[in-house]
Design a binder for this molecule. Structure first.
Ligand code: FES
Length: 350
């Protein structure tokens, strides 16, 4: 099909419309045109972008997407991030949808991979150079697709910059991870990838004036590095506190330690970074090569719960990592920290 389709969105806030290019999914088309469609992962896992097709025909890309769980497929329920229209459509979206100038509007870009380096055995830092500049909030992510691979994968930016062509990203190898395996199995510098973004609402806004609590597992630390970069650039820690809890299995699985050390040194005693080590005994309370970084044995949300007792006032918290880790951290913050949902921003990725 080579024509563009008209899509009408009926939401709790009224009716809006957008157009969808051939082979473009509904979510990216709507976001690109400034609609605040509901989403979290943008890649088929969370189920947040559900909608019901009231009229028109559609094609679903990834039938086995975990986000389909609980949807009434026979009634026309779809995931907007996995569905392309095949005709003009009317969608019912069970959320408030507006057009909002406050959200950075994501766009399609192409980019070239460079600066690939191993951080640990199964974690790679890589950078991409965009064909045109992008501005993003600290804590946001992009989705990438490699040539000849199905589906988009989400990666949070590690750096923070405005109007930049350069995005720094981190990837952890996972069994069955298409893009992850692709980048690990051969040198990919110079390869072109499709990029859509920026996406994500787990973002840092200095004007909100909160102390920052960051809880991350594995490559979930990416977005926290971006938040720390922005905070340090703006001297945020001269008047606010920051607490970072980074969960890894062993000391050898940790990375970005030199960056943490620099940030702690710049923060005048107002930034604490703790590595939570889940799968080996801890010999020293500080990292042997990076004395600014504390090391504690345990699961990251448990280590956080012990350290943060009584320190949750005026805190905005950020969580990112695999779903069980994020769920554990959410329970800690809600039950022990008595934090309300408006003070918790998180990204779950499978
Ligand atoms: Fe579509 Fe998560 S946003 S499933």
């Amino acid at each position: 099909q080579s024509r563009r389709w008209n899509v009408e969105v009926q939401s709790k806030s009224g009716t809006l419309a957008f157009t969808c290019e051939p082979n473009e999914n509904l979510l990216y088309a709507g976001l690109r045109q400034g609609l605040t469609l509901p989403y979290e992962c943008a890649t088929g896992t969370c189920g947040t972008c559900r909608a019901r097709v009231a009229s028109g025909s559609v094609a679903v890309g990834w039938e086995a997407a975990p986000g389909h769980k609980g949807l009434k497929r026979d009634k026309g329920d779809i995931l907007m991030c996995q569905t392309r229209p095949q005709s003009d459509c009317v969608l019912r979206v069970p959320a408030h949808v507006h057009t909002s100038p406050r959200h950075a509007v994501p766009r399609h870009h192409s980019a070239v991979i460079d600066c690939v380096r191993h951080l640990t055995q199964d974690v790679i830092h890589f950078e991409i150079s965009l064909n045109d500049p992008m501005s993003f909030d600290a804590g946001q992510f992009v989705v990438l697709r490699a040539p000849h691979l199905q589906g988009m994968r989400a990666y949070s930016m590690v750096n923070f910059a405005t109007e930049t062509r350069r995005l720094e990203l981190v990837i952890k190898r996972k069994p069955g991870g298409g893009f992850g395996n692709w980048i690990f199995e051969a040198s990919r510098e110079g390869q072109t990838v499709d990029v859509f973004g920026p996406l994500g609402r787990a973002t840092f806004h200095p004007e909100e004036n909160y102390d920052l609590l960051m809880i991350a597992g594995g490559s979930g630390i990416a977005g926290m590095m971006s938040i720390l970069s922005r905070a340090v650039q703006e001297d945020y820690f001269s008047s606010h506190k920051g607490y970072v809890f980074f969960g890894v299995r062993t000391l050898d699985d940790s990375f970005y330690l030199a960056d943490f050390s620099e940030h702690v040194a710049a923060a005048n005693g107002n930034l604490e970074v703790t590595l939570a080590i889940s799968d080996e005994a801890v010999a020293s309370p500080v990292h042997p090569g990076h004395p600014h970084v504390r090391v504690v044995e345990g699961l990251v949300h448990e280590v956080c719960a012990r350290a943060m007792k009584g320190r949750y006032d005026n805190v905005m918290s950020y969580i990112a990592g695999p779903p069980p880790m994020v769920d554990g951290a959410l329970r800690t913050l809600i039950i022990e920290g008595r934090m309300t949902p408006d003070r918790i921003r998180y990204d779950k990725f499978g």
